[in-house]
Design a protein around this ligand. Structure first.
Ligand code: ADP
Ligand code: MG
Length: 688
């Protein structure tokens, strides 16, 4: 394609616009747009040999062609190829169909063969007049969008393939992870776009063919190269060197805490301290299962920065969470003389102005808040450490904005990103290769494992009794209402109804209601009542999903659990089991009209019962959903792998990880060409 990316959109035809929508702009983009599957039009099958479910091409004579009205209007065409007959059905058709399919015509048709009590049938087969040359190669079928017909796309791909620069970018004598040796990129692409008919379909489908190996390796290498480049660029930046003062705030906070740190907390604390003491910005991901105690680790890091005369920011994804962090941190830090400010969207103007002033003057050493912290008018005096809680809930742009809050020339703040959604090793190695990772792999002592039960919604009454029993022991209960994605209003009705039911069933108990549409002050009032223990049951939509910490709560009921994603269920369950009491999680499920649960829903609920280990949950989640959805917000940054599959291609990933630094050191021009071929202009975002 010769058109340049900057040509004005209005001059584009519909298919050209569609190409752009698919990101197919450069020749190389088209060349790398690989078929979803292939159709075999290289031979004609006898109807007698066709098996049910096969997509085949036949040549036959039309013996009947009629319109019937039952069970609905359709064109029924019977054909005979001498070996057997087949009935073709068309539900949408034009007079031209009837003409082309008139009795006596010989046609060539292709479609999926099905059995049936009338014999073989095909639904809406493609057809044309019989005769004409057979294809010599398999016909590629490309992923496409509306307005971009396959034949147009095929021609565009061929043009791209012919014009693209496919010269070698692998260093000479580079090792290769496949004993069959590397195919050249050109050969691999030629082959995948137009495989010869003798190829094993299985090797194409499971992507084990050497041509696929070449593409997957190329893709993984591009990803590793771009992330390593970003990391090296960041390593050239400067950040304030923050050293722990003996007997300083860090020590005072440790001494004031009502608990001692776990071994894992101490270890990651040291990893972070080592980063802060360097003059390059930290870029560290702190992973730890829900309840592992990440907040205190972040607070301790903040103490080091504040002691050195700098400011810190802590950003959380929801107001509830930000509020809770604020309360907790004020409790810990104000006795030590550290002033904490907070910024949230719904704050009163007067309060906000006061807070902004404290942040700008440096009077507030720590600022806690939501996205409000990264708004343009928020000016820090000297920000040195930015902590992002539940980082997977933030996009790349937001992380970049927080980094931009550093005012000192040429410097960047240290960044600590925290996440309770553990990332399986292969994902971390591939998507987060530019990050350092610390893991809290140990829960604070004294926690008893949460027992999880899956119970049909029809046994709701028993669950309500169970709530009564927990309350009688002085415990508290969460009841989370279903997520109905199409309608926030429905979510609300549901929660309101449950709230009314529980209030009635549990006389004398304070039952609260929390949902996202409530004014912030009201949310806060409800949360305060629950946190202080006065409220026994909190009915909520998923606003409590992340981070909420009420150790006395020991029962979590999740209604319509089948509608939640696995990591979300795990997060919700993590709201209990935070104190010493034995805790339980009840997953109520409804089966709807079908009377049974879908397969993936069942798998998710099974995983919840079988394990409470966040890493295992994450692994299964990845298995059930695939990395695309799993990565969530990160999607906007890292280009997802299109060809490689992290579940099966770990050896290829290892190969790419080893080769990337060698290439950057010894063959920088090759590395650059490789990255721009694969990522084009998209690699900018990876620096976040
Ligand atoms: P998360 O990692 O999910 O953010 P939090 O930081 O909210 O977890 O900690 C969960 C609870 O455990 C909090 O009440 C916190 O004060 C407490 N906690 C943290 N570390 C310890 C520890 N070492 N011993 C006992 N309790 C701890
Ligand atoms: Mg947390």
């Amino acid at each position: 394609m010769s058109e340049s990316p900057s040509s004005p959109a209005k001059t584009l035809t519909a298919p050209q616009k569609a190409l752009r929508k698919l990101g197919l702009v450069r020749d190389i983009d088209l060349a790398l747009h690989l078929p979803l599957r292939y159709e075999d039009e290289t031979w004609i099958v006898k109807l007698a040999d066709a098996r049910e479910g096969d997509t085949v091409q036949i040549e036959a004579t039309v013996t009947a062609c009629e319109i019937t009205m039952r069970p609905r209007r359709q064109l029924l065409v019977t054909v005979d190829d001498g070996s057997d007959t087949c009935v073709m059905r068309f539900f949408s058709f034009y007079p031209s169909h009837q003409k082309a399919l008139a009795v006596g015509n010989r046609i060539r048709a292709r479609g999926e063969v099905r059995g049936g009590f009338m014999g073989l049938t095909m639904m809406h087969p493609h057809f044309k007049a019989a005769g004409g040359a057979l294809s010599t190669a398999l016909t590629p079928v490309y992923p496409t969008v509306a307005g971009l017909p396959q034949p147009y796309l095929r021609r565009a791909v061929i043009t791209g393939l012919n014009h693209a620069d496919l010269s070698e970018t692998l260093p000479p004598q580079a090792p290769w992870p496949d004993r069959r040796g590397p195919w050249s990129l050109r050969d691999a692409l030629q082959f995948l776009h137009h495989p010869t008919p003798d190829v094993s379909m299985a090797a194409l489908e499971d992507r084990s063919h050497p041509a696929w190996i070449r593409l997957k390796c190329e893709e993984l290498l591009a990803q590793q190269l771009s992330q390593l480049t970003a990391k090296r660029e960041r390593d050239r930046l400067r950040a304030p060197q923050l050293r722990q003062k003996p007997g300083g705030l860090h020590a005072s906070l440790l001494a004031a805490l009502p608990f001692g740190l776990t071994g894992a907390q101490q270890r990651v604390g040291q990893e972070i301290a080592a980063d802060l003491a360097r003059a390059v910005p930290m870029h560290r991901l702190l992973q730890g299962d829900v309840g592992a105690g990440k907040t205190v680790v972040a607070a301790l890091a903040a103490m080091v920065a504040i002691d050195a005369g700098w400011q810190c920011a802590l950003m959380a994804p929801t107001e509830i969470l930000a509020t809770q962090h604020f309360a907790k941190l004020v409790g810990w830090l104000e006795p030590l003389g550290v002033k904490v400010a907070w910024l949230i969207g719904s704050q009163k103007k007067k309060e906000r102005t006061a807070m902004l002033g404290m942040v700008a003057s440096g009077e507030a050493a720590l600022v806690v808040g939501t996205h409000a912290v990264i708004q343009e008018h928020v000016k820090f005096k000297n920000l040195a450490l930015a902590v992002i809680d539940e980082q997977h809930r933030f996009g790349v742009a937001q992380r970049l904005a927080l980094r931009g809050k550093m005012q000192e020339g040429g410097m960047e703040p240290h960044m600590l990103m925290m996440s309770a959604t553990p990332i399986p090793r292969t994902l971390a190695m591939s998507y987060y290769a530019d990050l350092d990772v610390s893991v809290i792999d140990e829960l604070p002592p004294g926690r008893t494992p949460i027992v999880t039960r899956v119970i049909s919604d029809s046994r709701r009454d028993e669950v309500v009794q169970r709530i009564g029993a927990q309350l009688a022991q002085g415990r508290q209960v969460y009841w989370v209402c279903p997520l109905i994605e199409e309608s926030e209003a429905l979510d609300l009705t549901n929660a309101t109804q449950t709230h009314a039911d529980l209030s009635e069933a549990l006389p004398g108990v304070m039952v609260g209601l929390l949902h996202s549409r409530m004014p912030v002050a009201e949310k806060k009032a409800v949360m305060d009542l629950f946190t202080s223990g006065q409220m026994g049951v909190l009915v909520s939509t998923t606003v409590i999903e992340v981070g909420v910490d009420v150790p006395n709560a020991s029962l979590m009921v999740i209604e319509h659990a089948e509608r939640f994603g696995l990591s979300q269920l795990h997060q919700l369950r993590g709201r209990v089991g935070r104190g010493a009491a034995a805790s339980a999680c009840v997953l109520l499920y409804g089966t709807g009209d079908s009377g049974r649960l879908g397969e993936t829903a069942r798998e998710r609920l099974r995983a919840m019962v079988e394990t409470t280990d966040g890493f295992e949950i994450a692994r299964r989640d990845l298995e059930i959903r695939g990395p695309g959805e799993f990565l969530g917000a990160r999607q906007s940054g890292a280009p997802l792998l299109r060809f490689a599959d992290l579940a099966t291609d770990t050896p290829l990933l290892d190969w790419a990880r080893e080769l990337a630094p060698v290439m950057l050191d010894r063959y920088p021009p090759l590395a650059e060409r490789h990255v721009s071929r694969w990522l084009g202009g998209k690699s900018e975002y990876l620096k976040a």
